[in-house]
Design a protein around this ligand. Structure first.
Ligand SMILES: Cc1cc2nc3c(=O)[nH]c(=O)nc-3n(C[C@H](O)[C@H](O)[C@H](O)COP(=O)(O)OP(=O)(O)OC[C@H]3O[C@@H](n4cnc5c(N)ncnc54)[C@H](O)[C@@H]3O)c2cc1C
Length: 426
């Protein structure tokens, strides 16, 4: 293992791998440390939506550029990512929700992404055989989808071809700081000296940063997904209806979830950061179930062991899917697309989403120590944003000035009196 690098990237999810790729392309000597396998956590467990629509206004310019980037990504990385620009559709449960979606179009208009409202009547043409009592929905034809399990590994192997060292099974236990400046990391395979360290550690970022006194408000939200049998072709759009969210994969199977519901397993972290998440919780109260039990005890035991002990024990976060949500999703898909025939679940899984209080990521240089760069907290929609987030992070390190303004994503917003509240509509 190389004992020094220009930049150490912590985390082999889509964000860390994309960052490593663009940095290596820029000529830097990179070591990427991943405690488990590439894309073992959120980046292979997500639905695969790549959407611009419904986002917080601050994210729209990034995602417009991100969408352009996705369109050339298979050629750039030389790999099939199952990219398809089939659109994204979000159905409204009632008129009030439709008005909320409609208001978002005004926000997006300046960016010319072509988002529009689809009425019930138009829906029959857009997705034949898709039916429900909805008054309408939000639709963006230029949105797309890709196969999550393929994308971070494609970035990692492209980075490796450019000379980056991609170390799997290599947890970073701590950051080394000397005189207010990053000096490197302590990995389980030994120290690596570097003047710049990127924390792209997904759900673990807050725990890792606490070791150097950097406070990142972040909580874990457990989201359940199921994969169906191969079914007749329905649509190339990613669809989010109140009953079920789904994406039909290239082989005809569906990734399905129960319309955006999630489970919150109370842990010790929640006691620390809980209050800053109250506005987000209030906005989503109906769709989140809170559980108190084993995860709390496990987190408590983990604290006694310390982060290195915990990371040795938990190589890859692999929470249990909710059987109830899987059942709801299957029933939901059958209800909204009755022509599909018999639906079976082939596989079900869950992933812990790394939430921030305002549902947007933390991107950019930390206020200290010098050399610490953050790319984390993608709050359940970082698959679509991963490539552009990686490119902007690399630009920041390579030139000191990313090509898009990332000021809204600074960590200090949580501590400088900025009003923190979610502004997304999806
Ligand atoms: C069920 C589900 C559905 C989703 N659906 C979508 C969707 O449709 N569209 C979308 O855009 N987004 C979606 N998301 C969100 C998306 O998956 C994430 O935002 C994105 O993958 C985050 O990527 P990441 O690289 O930041 O984090 P991760 O993929 O979690 O990667 C972080 C990596 O860091 C590693 N790591 C952590 N700590 C250390 C350490 N100390 N040392 C070494 N390695 C470490 C971890 O092992 C992990 O591999 C969904 C998420 C889930 C869970």
């Amino acid at each position: 293992m190389t004992a020094s690098a220009d930049v150490v990237v912590i985390g082999g999810g889509i964000v860390g791998c994309a960052t490593a790729y663009y940095l290596a392309k820029g000529g830097m000597k990179i070591v990427l440390c991943e405690k488990g396998v590439i894309a073992g956590e959120q980046s292979s467990r997500n639905w695969g939506f790549v959407r611009q629509q419904g986002r917080d206004p601050a994210e729209i310019p990034l995602m417009v550029a991100g969408n352009r980037l996705w369109q050339g990504l298979e050629a750039e990385l030389g790999q099939d990512l199952e990219w398809r620009q089939g659109g994204n559709l979000s159905m409204a449960r009632d008129e009030a929700r439709l008005a909320q979606l409609e208001a978002w179009i005004e926000i997006a208009r300046a960016h010319q992404i072509g988002t529009r409202i689809v009425t019930r009547r138009e829906l029959a043409d857009l997705v034949p055989g898709f039916t429900g009592p909805w008054p309408g929905g939000l639709y963006t034809a230029s949105d797309g989808q890709a196969e999550p399990a393929k994308v971070a590994p494609a970035f990692a192997s492209a980075a490796a071809k450019l000379g980056a060292q991609v170390l799997t099974g290599c947890a970073v236990h701590a950051l080394d700081i000397a005189g207010g400046t990053v000096a490197g990391v302590r990995s389980e395979n030994g120290p690596i000296a570097a003047k710049t360290v990127v924390v792209a550690a997904g759900a673990w970022s807050s725990r890792l940063l606490r070791g150097i006194g950097v406070d990142l408000p972040q909580l874990w939200l457990r989201a359940t997904v199921a994969r169906t049998n191969v079914l007749p072709a329905l649509t190339g759009a990613g669809v989010w209806a109140p009953e079920v969210a789904f994406r039909q994969r290239r082989d005809g199977s569906f990734n399905i979830a129960d319309g955006g519901g999630a489970d919150f397993d109370l842990d010790v972290e929640a006691l620390r950061h809980g209050p800053s998440f109250l506005p987000l919780y209030r906005a989503n109260r109906g769709s989140v179930d809170v559980h108190v039990g084993l995860p709390f005890a496990a987190d408590l035991a983990g604290r006694a062991r310390g982060l290195p002990g915990t990371l040795r024990k938990i190589r890859t976060l692999d929470p249990a899917p909710s059987a109830r949500r899987v059942g709801n999703a299957v029933a939901g898909l059958g209800k909204v697309a009755p022509g599909l025939g018999e639906i079976h679940v082939v596989r079900a899984w869950a992933g812990y989403i790394d939430m921030t209080p305002d549902y947007i990521p933390v991107l950019g240089a930390a206020d200290g120590p010098t050399g610490l760069v953050l790319a984390t907290g993608f709050s359940g929609h970082g698959f679509g944003m991963g490539p552009i987030a990686g490119r902007l992070t690399a630009e920041l390190i390579l030139t000191g000035r990313p090509t898009l303004d990332i000021g809204a994503f600074r960590l200090s917003r949580f501590h400088d009196g900025t009003r923190i509240a979610p502004r997304n509509v999806i």
